[in-house]
Design a protein around this ligand. Sequence first.
Ligand SMILES: [Zn+2]
Length: 597
Amino acid sequence: MRKWLPLLLVATLACSFLLPTPPTPTPAASTASVAVPSSTPAPALTLAVQPTLALAPTATPAATRPAPTRAAPSTLTGEYRLTAESVRFHPDPRLYSGDVVSIEVLAHDAPHNWDGAPVRLYLDSRSGPPLAIANFRPFGLGGRLQATFTWVWDTTGREGAQTLVVVVAPASAGEGDPPPEQELAVTVTLLPAAERLDPEPAARWAQAESACCIFHYLTGTAAARDLDLIRAEADAAFAHVAQVLDVTQQQKVVFNLVSRLLGHGGFASSEIALSYLDRNPAVTELFSIFAHESTHILDRRLSQSRPTMMTEGLAVYVAGGHFKLEPLPERAAAAVALNQYVPLAVLANRFYPAQHEIGYLQAGAFIQYLVDRDGWDRFLEMYASFQPAPSDAAILDAGLRAHYGLTLAEMETEWLGYLAGLRPTAAEIEDLRLTVAFFDTLRRYQYLKDPSAYFLAAWLPDARSARQRGLVADFLRHPRAPDNIALEVMLVGAGRALYAADYGRASDLLAAVNAALDTGDLLAVPLAADHLRLVSELLLAGYEAQAISLNGRSAEVAAIREWPRLDRLTLVRAAGGWELLAGSRSWPRPRGLGTER
Ligand SMILES: [Zn+2]
C-alpha cells in the first residue's frame, strides 16, 4: 500500500544530521572594544552521521582533488604548521564592519597529538588578554580537527585592515620536548557595511507557522517570497507521512530556511536547517524533502533503536525516491549493473561512508522489496521492534529472522535474484550514473569554490542563538563572484536536464563544470565561458542570474535585480557578445504568496 501524491514530481535531497556541535570557545577577558560571546547552546541531536566523501567523477589532477578532511594518525609525519591558510573567517567570503565574526583555525594536517591543543586569539596584538580561547577538536560531519570560535568578534565600530594574532600551543602530553608555540598575525579587511549585497542589509529573522511546522526565515529572500508555497508543501508532506506511518504528529517541527546552499540542502538536529534559494543546484523539490525529513521526525514514534540504513531507507521509500520520484527497484538494479552495489551488511554497518546516492537508493529499494514481498504491516512490525545488537547489520539480521524467517544474507540473496530479473534499461543506468556524477560534481564545486558549504565541514552555527542575537549573515552571505554564479547556474542546468532525462545536456554541463574546476579558468572551457559571459553581462545590467537555459544563439534566464523578485529575461548572442532583450517580465509567482511580517 504505497501512497503517493502523483502530481508532485520530485527531486529530493539527502539530509544530513549534524554531529555534536563543538564546544563554544571560552571567552577570555574582553577588552573594551570586544564583545564577549554569549554561550551557544548545542542542539539536541537525533542522529550522527558520517556521509561519504565523494570526489569528482572525471579524471582530476591530484593537486585539485579534495583531500580527506583528516589524515589517519598512523600515516602522519612531520609537524603542524600554522599558516594563513589555516585561518578562516565567517561569514564569508568577505567581512563587513558590524559583522559578528567567527573564526576557524584548521589543524586537519596536524599530527594526532595536536588534538586538544589550545588556541588563543588576540585582537590587534598579544599585549592584552586574549579575545577567546578554544581547543583543537573534531568539527562537522567529517570530524575535521580545528579550533572553532563562534561569534567571538563583534566588529561594530571598526573598519579597514585589522590584525588578529593566533597563538597555538602544542598539546602537553607526549615524550621529549614539545614542539614550540606558534604565533601568526593575520590581517583581515572589514569593508564598509554599506557595501553589503542585497538582500542582506534588510534581512531580518521572521517567523511563520503552518499546521505542521514553524518556519524561521529571512525577510527579503526567496523563502519570504514563497512562504505560502513552502507552508502548503510542508503540510501536504507531513500529512502524507503521518498517514503512511499511521502516527500523529505531536508538536510542530521547527525549520530554519537558510538563504544559501549548505551541503545537500538539509541538516537536522533539534531544528532542521533547509536551504531555500533560487540558484540551488541541489534542485530541491519541496514536497520530497519535507516528506523525507518528516519521516525522520515521525518515525521516532515507531521505534527508538533502528539501523541507520533503515531510517534513511524508510525516508526514501515514503517520499517515493531520494533525488526525485524514482522507480526504486529498477534504480537498484541499475546500481548492480553499474557495479556500484554495496553489500547490505557493509551498507548497514557503514551507511554514511558509502557512496551517498547509492546508499540511500539501495536502502529505499530494499524496504520496498520487503513491503512488496510480505506487506506493509509485516515490515512495520519489524521496524517497530528492532533490538539493540553489537552492529546495525546484526540488528537488521535479527529483525529479519524474527519477522521473515530469513537471515540478512538470505534475504539479500533473494533480493539480488529479484533485481537480476529486472533488466534495467540503458536510460535507467545512464540516469543513475549521471545522478551520482551530478552530486559528486556539486560536492566538488563546494569543496573548491564554496568551502563553507561543503557538507563534511559546513559552516552552520546554531540558528536559535542567531535568532536571539539577530545575526543573519552566516545564513545568507555566500560567494557571489561571477565564476561562482556561472558554475552554480551550470549545475542548476545540469540538475534540471537530468530531471528532464536530457542526458546529453546534463553530461555536457557536468563535463564543463569539472573541466573549469580542473583548470580554474572558465574562459578556457567553451560552455563555461558562455555561461560566464552571460552572467557578467547580466551583472552589468544589475541582475544576478539564478538559472540559465542556453540554446544556441539565445538564452532564457531567471535573474534577480530587486530582491526577491525573480525576473525572466532573454539574451541573444550578437557580434559583440550577449545582449539583453528589452521587454523582460516577472516570473509568474506561486499562487497565494505570503506577506512578510
Ligand atoms: Zn535522511
